[in-house]
Design a protein around this ligand. Structure first.
Ligand code: GDP
Ligand code: NAG
Ligand code: NAG
Ligand code: MG
Length: 370
């Protein structure tokens, strides 16, 4: 009896002194924890959600253990409270083992899809003999992933097709995860709702410079596309993030796409689809090794306003070899990463700071914003 009372008092004291400040953005703070009658501090697996969203994961069966490692952290740091569903995609059928063991990591709904063959194969206009010669040439130059064909299909799929998969038909926002990534901070608010309420279309944690050897003709192709489709550029200030010489050459700045929280409407827009189609016909996904990260980032920089792109500074994240780790004193109480190791301190990742320095500009055509 007395011990119960003591425990209760001790608990209350602890609650007062070990108060953990919230990292919840101010506009989700009020009123209390409900918005439109929905408790936004957590959702049960079957609860109604204010945003139609999911984790979207392209992964191989052989990466099961790394996938579970990543999921375990996502769940413990965030999703055990929010229960957003997972959509797993693969160019091959998932094994029973993969399905059972990943489903066991979460209470949320988990679905598994196979990618349609036309989204993971050579288009008719690609000369595969020539593509093979190009791979050998890049290999001689010591380019990473020079020889692999599957890597190129992966980059092309992530550039132009993931958002068309039928399992995402009812989904408006996605959060991309990969096997073996780490999440090092408690996330005690809903990033999807945060983006939705502020009209943010694309969120990232780390921005880097691309290896130029993988994209020799990407920028030239983008400029050709823009010349015949000037309406694509709704954010001309984005050029100064992509180029240091007035648009002559691409500086390689891109958002590292292994982490992305984004609006699918952005990728499904006629402008983005036309852009992807133009790049695809130019052949650089196969004759070079264009990554989905620069392809997404060039579109985001030119199509979205500065305010529609958000740096999730507060989300502790690691994908070999880069880390994003929040700097504030508050974050040390909810993170296990080292703030000194955050990529923002490194010159190769200066693109994050450069984005924040862009001027706030009105879009060319506000009515096209939705
Ligand atoms: N299903 C499938 N997924 C792949 C394939 N290649 C890469 N991926 C996935 O695509 C993402 C990026 O690949 P990854 O090997 O991590 O490339 P990196 O991050 O650029 O080194 C990861 O989620 C992989 O699991 C593939 O051939 N098949
Ligand atoms: C899981 O999601 C799929 C696809 O949205 C849906 O068809 C299925 O009914 C859901 N399962 C459960 C148990 O909610
Ligand atoms: C395909 O590329 C090979 C190797 O570069 C070349 O010899 C061949 O003529 C090309 N085929 C066509 C149809 O362009
Ligand atoms: Mg990876």
């Amino acid at each position: 009896m007395y011990t119960d009372l003591l425990h209760l008092l001790l608990g209350l004291l602890l609650a007062v002194f070990v108060h953990r400040p919230s990292n919840r953005p101010a506009d989700l703070e009020q009123p209390a924890a409900t918005i439109d009658g929905i408790d936004v501090s957590s959702y049960l697996p079957e609860a109604h959600r204010p945003v139609r969203a999911a984790f979207v994961v392209l992964v191989r069966n052989s990466e099961l253990v790394g996938m579970k490692r990543a999921m375990r952290q996502i769940e413990d740091r965030f999703n055990h409270k929010f229960n957003y569903p997972y959509v797993f995609l693969n160019d091959m059928p998932f094994t029973e083992e993969f399905k059972t063991e990943t489903a066991a990591m979460t209470r949320a709904n988990v679905t598994f899809g196979v990618i349609p063959q036309e989204h993971w194969s050579y288009p008719a206009w690609i000369n595969q003999t020539y593509a093979g010669e190009c791979r050998q040439e890049m290999h001689k130059q010591g380019v990473f992933y020079a020889l692999t064909e599957s890597y190129r299909h992966m980059c092309r799929f992530n550039s132009g097709f993931f958002f068309r998969h039928p399992l995402l038909d009812e989904i408006d926002y996605y959060w991309r995860i990969e096997p073996d990534v780490e999440y090092s901070c408690d996330i005690d608010y809903d990033p999807f709702l945060f983006m939705h309420r502020r009209g943010i279309k694309y969120g990232y944690t780390i921005a880097l410079h691309e290896y130029p050897e993988t994209i020799p003709t990407l920028w030239k192709t983008v400029k050709e596309f823009v010349t015949s489709n000037p309406e694509f550029v709704r954010h001309p200030a984005g050029y100064s993030w992509l180029s240091q010489d007035g648009g002559e050459t691409y500086n390689g700045c891109h958002f590292w796409s292994n982490f992305e929280i984004g609006s699918l409407a952005f990728f499904r827009s006629p402008e983005y689809l036309a852009y992807f189609d133009y790049l695809d016909r130019a052949g650089g996904f196969f004759y070079e090794r264009w990554g989905d990260a620069p392809v997404h980032a060039i579109a985001a920089a030119l199509m979205l306003r500065k305010e529609e792109v958000h740096w999730f500074e507060d989300i502790g994240y690691y994908h070999n070899p880069w880390t994003n780790c929040p700097q504030s004193a508050e974050s040390r109480l909810r993170c296990h990463c080292d703030p000194a190791k955050s990529a923002v301190h490194h010159y190769w990742a200066s693109c994050t700071k450069d984005w924040l320095l862009l001027p706030d500009t009105a879009p060319k055509d506000d009515t096209a914003a939705e």
